[in-house]
Design a protein around this ligand. Sequence first.
Ligand SMILES: [Zn+2]
Length: 101
Amino acid sequence: MNIFLYLAIFFFLLWIIFRKLYRKPPEEWKLYGKIVVVLICKDCNEHQQTGFDPNYNVGQKISIPCPSCGGQVYVEKIYFEPDPITEKEIQKYKKYEDTFR
Ligand SMILES: [Zn+2]
């Protein structure tokens, strides 16, 4: 009777060990999020956020004038903003980063 209980515990531990061994490397994870483009006006220092545009580069002049003062607008930075779930996953596996490099 008790042998089945021991076997169940044994296989459960074996399953945990195998799960830890065959963890997927970070390269295979899907990343969800969005690319944020931050625009800055050189005259009034106002920041604007827009969606991703493949034609935008950092430091580039934008043809659309500033909505507040009509000044020249530049692309200040472009970055990837992961969604909260992806961000949590990144933090969780950050300690394994060196292992996969
Ligand atoms: Zn402005």
